[in-house]
Design a protein around this ligand. Structure first.
Ligand SMILES: Nc1ncnc2c1ncn2[C@@H]1O[C@H](COP(=O)(O)OP(=O)(O)OP(=O)(O)O)[C@@H](O)[C@H]1O
Ligand SMILES: [Mg+2]
Length: 351
C-alpha cells in the first residue's frame, strides 16, 4: 500500500498546457454564471432552486432517489410523514446551508466545519474515524480498490494539511480537483465522504469568490459520469494520472456552469413573464413580493403569503385562488392544507 501524499502536488503534474487551457475555459464560464446570477432580484429564488437540485443529484449518487414534487412538498413543511429518501436530500441541503453559513461567518473552512457538515448530513456523532477497517471496494466486483489511512493520527495530520492547502491563497479551479481527490482519499468518515466532499467543492468556489452563492450543479455531472469519475480518481493513485482527473473536473465545472446559466436565464424570463401576466390579468392583487414569493416557494402555502405580504389569511387565500384562475398556480390538497404549485416553475425545474 503506497501512502497518501500530502499537498501540494508537484506543479509539473498540475500545470500542464491542457490543464491550463481547461482551467481558463472553466473559470470564464463560471465568472459568467456569477455575473448572471445577479439578474435575479431575489437571490433566495436561485438558492432554493439550485440547492435543491444539487442536493437531489448528489444524494442520488448514493442511490437515494426522490422526485422534485416530493422534495418541494417536503419543503413546504406540510408533509409530516416525509419518506426516508426525501429526508436524506433535506439533510444534504441542510448540511450545505450549514457549511455556507459558517463560511460567511469566518471566511475559511476548518476541520471542525467539515466535521459538522458530515454530522448534519448523516445524523450521527461518529465524527472522524477512530476504528480501523474502512476500505473502498468496487461495488460490482467486491474487489478491494483502496485502503484509506487507518489511524486517527494519520487522518488528523492529513486533514490538517488538507485544510491548510484549501485555505491558502491559490484560488484556481485546478486546486478544487486536487482537493477533491485528496479528501476522498483521506476518507475521514465512516460514511458520507462523497457527499461531504461534494459540499466542500461548492464551498470552495464561494471561499475563492468564484461564486457568491452555492449555485452549481456539479454533482449532476458526477452522477452522469460516475464510472469514469471512479476510474479517474483511482488512476491518480495508481498512475499519478493527474491530468485526466483534473481536466475531467474542469470540464464538469464548465459544463455545469453553462447549464446553470441557461437555467438562471429561463427562471428570469419566466419571472418577468409572470409579473407581466399578473399585472395585466389580475392588476388589483399584483405586487412584486407576491410573485417573488411564488418563485421562492414553488409549492406555496397561504401562510407564506401572509408572512411575505403582511396580509390577512383571507386575503392571501383570495390572491392565490385568483392566480389559480389565471393559470399561474395549481391548487392541490395535502391533508387539510392547500398547496399552490407554481406550475411553470416546476416544469422548468424538472425539465
Ligand atoms: N478509488 C477511490 N479513490 C478515492 N476515493 C474514492 C475511490 N472510489 C470512491 N471514492 C470516493 O468515495 C465516495 C463514497 O464514499 P462514502 O460512501 O463514504 O460517501 P457517500 O457520500 O456515503 O456516498 P456517495 O459518494 O456514493 O454518495 C465516492 O463518492 C468517491 O468520491
Ligand atoms: Mg455511503
Amino acid at each position: 500500500m503506497s501512502e497518501l501524499q500530502r499537498l501540494p502536488v508537484d506543479s509539473q503534474k498540475t500545470e500542464t498546457i491542457p490543464i491550463l487551457k481547461a482551467e481558463n475555459k472553466a473559470s470564464r464560464t463560471l465568472a459568467e454564471l456569477k455575473g448572471i446570477a445577479k439578474v435575479i432580484p431575489n437571490q433566495s429564488i436561485l438558492i432554493n432552486a439550485v440547492v435543491l437540485q444539487e442536493s437531489q443529484d448528489s444524494s442520488e449518487i448514493e442511490n437515494i432517489i426522490t422526485t422534485k414534487d416530493d422534495l418541494y412538498k417536503a419543503l413546504s413543511e406540510t408533509v409530516k410523514k416525509t419518506d426516508s429518501a426525501t429526508k436524506e436530500v433535506m439533510f444534504y441541503r441542510e448540511a450545505l446551508y450549514a457549511g455556507f453559513t459558517e463560511l460567511k461567518k469566518h471566511d475559511f473552512i476548518s476541520i471542525n466545519d467539515i466535521v459538522n457538515i458530515q454530522k448534519v448530513l448523516v445524523r450521527n456523532d461518529a465524527g472522524i474515524r477512530t476504528l480501523p477497517g474502512t476500505k473502498l471496494v468496487n461495488d460490482r466486483t467486491n474487489e478491494l480498490v483502496y485502503t484509506p489511512p487507518q489511524t486517527k493520527k494519520e487522518i488528523d495530520g492529513l486533514l490538517k494539511n488538507f485544510t491548510e492547502y484549501l485555505n491558502n491563497d491559490d484560488d484556481t479551479l485546478t486546486k478544487l480537483a486536487v482537493l477533491h481527490y485528496q479528501f476522498e482519499s483521506i476518507h475521514p468518515f465512516y460514511d458520507g465522504n462523497g457527499r461531504t466532499g461534494r459540499i466542500i467543492n461548492i464551498l470552495y468556489l464561494i471561499l475563492k469568490q468564484h461564486l457568491d452563492i452555492p449555485i452549481l450543479y456539479l454533482s449532476s455531472y458526477i452522477i452522469r459520469h460516475k464510472d469514469l469519475y471512479y476510474e479517474l480518481l483511482q488512476k491518480v493513485r495508481t498512475e499519478e494520472a493527474w491530468e485526466g482527473w483534473i481536466i475531467f473536473i474542469l470540464k464538469g465545472i464548465e459544463e455545469t456552469a453553462a447549464e446553470t446559466i441557461r437555467k438562471v436565464k429561463a427562471i428570469k424570463e419566466l419571472l418577468d413573464n409572470t409579473i407581466e401576466k399578473v399585472k395585466s390579468e389580475a392588476p388589483k392583487i399584483y405586487s412584486k413580493e407576491l410573485v417573488e414569493t411564488l418563485f421562492e416557494n414553488p409549492y406555496c402555502r397561504i401562510e407564506f403569503i401572509v408572512k411575505a405580504l403582511g396580509v390577512e389569511r383571507k386575503a392571501a387565500s383570495r390572491y392565490l385562488h385568483r392566480l389559480e384562475d389565471i393559470g399561474i398556480l395549481r391548487c392541490i390538497k395535502v391533508g387539510k392544507d392547500n398547496l399552490f404549485i407554481n406550475t411553470g416553475l416546476m416544469d422548468l425545474l424538472k425539465n
